[in-house]
Design a protein around this ligand. Structure first.
Ligand SMILES: [Mg+2]
Length: 259
């Protein structure tokens, strides 16, 4: 089900010449892999170590500390520079609250999480087919992703996605990150298209919706959690979808109607 929230000169009725895609939680199911990995790590930990708390307590404590850790802009910035250390710190803080002080085992749990998260990564249902549909419709496509080049490129290779995209803009390669509008300006420049011919699809309201809207790009929110917008949202997507599979089907239907 595709919901149109905000008309912009009937942009939804004209097929785009190009679509820019976010990667994590738009094409790749990232958050689910992360959550599942935490659950499994906590379960394994409490069954292999002599501890007084259960896996649910440990999981809730880690999630609480994770939320706290990333809520501070300075910590967020430092943590993104070295994710492995950041995750180790989060787990250590969680264990401290539970009066558990074995740093070696704490670090091991954190490292296990990172490995397990990679293992659980997968494409959203129908995502590959959606990209194929759009490619068959001759819609040009590109990726705009935050994060480290090596990490993002490994995922693109692993899921055989490179062939769909004309170019891939990754934070550490271009030198700026969403929501910096320069990354969208660069994409328009590389496409040699004006903003009214380009759509952006992503799950982050600030990075993937508000920022591209500032340069006039029609922006589609991937509401993969199916939770809807926050109450009194300050950012209004041009369109809301639950998956890129829905979006591709919608675009194909429009193209068949000759719109
Ligand atoms: Mg994302």
């Amino acid at each position: 089900m595709v919901t149109l929230l905000k008309n912009r000169k009937d942009a939804s009725m004209n097929l785009p010449k190009a679509i820019l895609f976010d990667l994590d939680d738009t094409i790749i199911s990232f958050t689910s892999a992360k959550e599942l990995a935490w659950e499994k790590c906590c379960e394994v930990f409490v069954t292999t170590e002599a501890v007084t708390f259960n896996s649910v307590t440990l999981l809730h404590k880690i999630l609480e500390k994770r939320k706290w850790y990333w809520s501070d802009p300075a910590r967020h910035k430092a943590g993104r520079e070295n994710m492995k250390i950041a995750i180790r710190q989060i787990v250590q803080y969680a264990f401290e609250d539970l009066d558990y002080y074995d740093i070696e085992k704490s670090d091991q749990l954190a490292d296990n999480h990172s490995a397990l998260q990679d293992e659980f990564l997968c494409l959203f249902d129908g995502a590959y087919e959606a990209l194929q549909i759009l490619s068959d419709l001759n819609i040009r496509m590109a990726i705009i992703a935050n994060g480290k080049s090596q990490i993002q490129r490994v995922k693109l290779d692993r899921f055989n996605l490179n062939g769909f995209f004309e170019f891939i803009l990754i934070e550490t390669e271009v030198g700026f990150r969403k929501p910096d509008i320069r990354i969208y300006e660069l994409a328009l420049e590389q496409l040699s298209l004006s903003s009214e011919d380009v759509w952006m699809v992503g799950d982050n309201l600030e990075w993937d919706i508000e920022a591209p809207q500032k340069v006039g790009i029609y922006s589609i929110w991937n509401n993969f959690r199916k939770e809807g917008l926050p109450i009194n949202p300050s950012i209004i997507p041009n369109k809301i979808i639950n998956s890129i599979a829905d979006l591709a089907k919608d675009i194909r239907a429009q193209s068949q109607l000759g719109i």
